[in-house]
Design a protein around this ligand. Structure first.
Ligand code: ADP
Ligand code: MG
Length: 438
């Protein structure tokens, strides 16, 4: 075989990876450089440690396979940071405690809309002035609305602003498990020291502290120690502090000392911007109208937008056609979008009233008996799924309920979906009736 230049090999590998693993391809792959190719080993350089971590976590095997295919040899591959060691903050990396920063989760890649403006602004403020402006910062919202993304963004930005800052970023489970094993191994003082000596402590999904009395106690003291030393604390949860059941009152009241910011589901316009942002990150070109279709199709959870993009991109490659609105409709199984747009709250309330044999006026009343509450929550859920009304508007059709009641109803119905097959079938049936009616 003719001796190939490392740079050429890398170029061909990237070409191959783009077709075999489009999900993990990023536009910044063009910054990768081939450092050397010798002794059956290819060294690939990348200017950023976070991206090297990403490559190791998501891309090692597909790059290796591609390298073997292209060279015809059992080549191995490794990724290296090409940034000078001194520029990487050792304090920062060492404190991440196994939780790796995702290179996509930066402020630049976060789309700001009315649904998340406060959360976003407060995260920026905190990353610029940790420990002084909002302490603690408490973010909450249901799953897939960008809480973890914002936490990673704070870490990225803090690292850029001040490389010496020590940040500890943990999931709540890591905190609890670390605490338990520290007790078992008689290393409690070490554990306490690790958490109480940092400049910024970030704990994701704090709702997992429920039912963990001893860990709560430990966290309470950690909180006080950090707070008294004006160190920054950032927490997230799936509900506001007051609704964290079985969390001690004294802990909850501390969460409210700083700023509590809610993340809401994004509006249609924000979703379009998110689709475009995610497509741009992967270098996928979406023609006119396609981002709108995806934004319309995926409503509740932003994580699903990425799933939809992946399916669309993979379908386009498989059938060897460019992405078009028609292909999008086929790939995502979107039917009757025109019809869906015209479903009204009145249609939904009428259908639910028939299905559950309840008067429309009861659905729109303040009554709280179980036989009415559930169908009313189903109306809210269907309103969210099938119309473009805002949460306030949906609540307005159902006896003037506020935005958080509607949100709560949607979460509740999604939970019921997991446990109650019968209700799920009834709701699916209602959805079918409503979407096929026109
Ligand atoms: P949560 O922690 O609230 O469950 P994540 O932070 O994991 O949600 O977000 C789920 C996905 O949605 C991630 O891929 C994230 O990048 C994306 N996402 C959420 N909100 C936004 C936004 N405003 N702009 C861009 N991407 C977003
Ligand atoms: Mg999360």
């Amino acid at each position: 075989m003719k001796q190939q230049e490392p740079a050429q090999i890398l170029e061909q590998i990237l070409e191959e990876v783009r077709s075999t693993d489009p999900v993990n391809v990023r536009t910044w792959f063009s910054d990768l450089t081939a450092l050397s190719f010798s002794g059956g080993h290819l060294d690939i350089g990348c200017p950023d440690q976070t991206k090297v971590d990403y490559l190791n976590d998501h891309c090692l095997s597909v790059f290796t396979k591609a390298a073997q295919k292209i060279t015809g040899f059992l080549v191995s591959v490794s990724f290296h940071s090409t940034r000078p060691i001194a520029a990487e903050s050792s304090a920062f990396t060492a404190s991440l405690d196994g939780l790796r920063l995702h290179p996509d989760y930066t402020f630049d890649n976060f789309v700001v809309g009315p649904c998340n403006r406060l959360a976003h602004a407060s995260c920026i403020a905190v990353s610029q002035n940790p420990g002084t402006v909002y302490n603690p910062l408490f973010l909450y919202g249901s799953v897939g609305l960008g809480k973890t993304h914002l936490l990673h963004a704070v870490c990225h930005a803090s690292r850029e602003n001040n490389g010496d800052l020590s940040i500890r970023f943990l999931s709540c489970e890591q905190f609890v498990n670390g605490f338990i094993s520290a007790i078992e191994q008689g290393r409690l003082a070490d554990f306490q020291n690790q958490h109480r000596s940092v400049d910024v402590l970030i704990i994701d999904d704090i709702q997992f502290l429920r039912e963990r009395e001893q860990s709560q106690e430990e966290f309470f003291h950690t909180f006080n120690a950090l707070y008294n030393n004006r160190r920054q604390i950032i927490l997230t949860a799936d509900c506001p502090p007051a609704q964290l059941p079985s969390l001690e009152e004294r802990l909850i009241s501390r969460f409210k000392w700083g700023l509590v910011a809610r993340l809401d589901p994004p509006s249609y316009e924000t979703r379009i911007a998110i689709v475009k942002k995610k497509a741009g990150l992967r270098g996928i070109h979406l023609p006119e109208g396609v981002a709108e279709m995806i934004a319309e199709h995926v409503q509740s959870n932003i994580r699903e937008i990425e799933g939809a993009l992946t399916v669309l991109y993979a379908t386009a490659r498989t059938v060897g056609q460019p992405i078009t609105p028609e292909l999008t409709r086929q790939a995502l199984g979107i039917q009757q979008t025109a019809a869906q747009r015209t479903i009204t709250m009145a249609d939904i309330i009428e259908a639910v009233s028939r299905e559950f044999d309840i008067r429309i006026t009861d659905l729109q009343s303040k009554k709280r008996s179980q036989s009415i509450t559930l169908p009313r929550q189903i109306c809210m859920y269907l309103g969210r799924q099938l119309t473009r009304h805002s949460l306030e508007e949906i609540g307005g059709h159902l006896g003037g309920r506020d935005h958080s009641t509607v949100l709560h109803a949607c979460t509740k119905i999604e939970e019921i979906f997991k446990t109650d097959e019968q209700i799920r079938l009834r709701i699916e049936n209602l959805t079918r009736q409503l979407t096929q009616k026109q």
